[in-house]
Design a protein around this ligand. Sequence first.
Ligand code: UDX
Length: 431
Amino acid sequence: MHASVVGSGYVGTTVAACLADLGHDVTAVDIDEEIVERLNAGEPPIHEPGLDPLVSAYGGSSLEATTDHGAVAETDLTFLAIETPANDDGSIDPAALLAAAEDVGEAVADKDDYHLVVVKSTVLPDVVEGELVPAIERAAGKTDGDELGVAVNPEFQREGSAVDDFMSPDKIVLGTDGDERALDRLAELYQPLVSDWDVPVVETGRREAAMIKYANNSFLAAKISLINDLGNVCKEFGVDAYEVADAIGMDDRVGERFLRSGVGWGGSCFGKDTAALAAAAREAGYEPSMLEAAREVNDRQPERMLELLDTHVDVSGERVAVLGLAFKPGTDDVRNSRAIPVIEGLQERGAEVVAHDPNAVENMRERFPEIEYADAPEGPLEGAEAALIVTEWEEIVELDAEFDRMETPVVIDGRRAIDRREGLVYEGLTW
Ligand code: UDX
């Protein structure tokens, strides 16, 4: 097939490269000329494990990039993979997505045969039906069903394993409202995954598909918040939350994954998606208590970490080490990282913050230019009164003996990264 992908950010680039690897011809469209040049030269514009070999193999050949939206008319279907930034109230701003959708609509206006537009971006059901579909229809001068189809096919790709998650997903969700032509096209596109890997396909409505993405992320975020809430109770009772989690994870109905309690979730999805869903629910007249509670518990975890620190040292005027800045290991992304409220809390207490992260220093420097950054993981420990572990990078897990460099080695561990041992004043957040 010949697919086009509009938007070459994190999701779009991964989707385009993976589709090329499945044997399809792919046209990537982006307004940024530098991104287009890089893709055509075989260089990915983002860093993601497994992406380099794909883009270098197909970039400029079966994966061609262009700034011209008109190119989508030559393809069988077009993915919209445009970011939807959050407004201050948590709702999403679909302006860039709608503009891209209109460009695609205009491009297919004169096309004689059927064209399918596939929404990859994360958008709420009402935005799809009330704004996106009408925008495409208006620009194309056609109505949905009249040589034009719109489907919703959300992504479930984690940063750091986005290529693997695309190639062997738990499920493929196709929201088509039963449009046979849309289903046929998407079935052909994903056929290698379905036949080689037995990936289950969920055929559903567009509104349901859009909601599945939000519900999926909300469920995961709430699962972590529930284990954090229980973990806080465990800590009060002197109980090890990890031993409790190991046992309850053996119940298939609970499942063992996403039960690591600590300083909470970060990243570009959980915070944004739970906020957008809660805002839309409230707008619709429903107060989403569990979603709000999940967000509240997550906001509380960094505070709990700092309160545990307060029980051991007054950090005012003291040097404090922050180990790990990325929202999780394996990425340089600091969006919604728990390190941000941790550093803010230390600054409020008058501490002198010195931080290390193997990948994310440059991104965090934009947020906190005033703090000190150390090149080596043990760097922040020299002369520090306390160390706070925020991200469980391997080099931080392996630091162990280095904590003795501190005068009174107080370690507050937000990720169960190291073991409690003699010689350390060690506090686990939930153990
Ligand atoms: C997430 C979803 O997993 C993915 O399906 C979706 O498409 C995008 O959002 P991502 O944000 O890349 O992916 O990260 P993920 O690996 O899910 O971790 C999110 C956060 O939760 C991290 O900050 C991580 O440290 C934290 N986490 C995860 C926990 O605190 N405990 C856990 O048990 C698991």
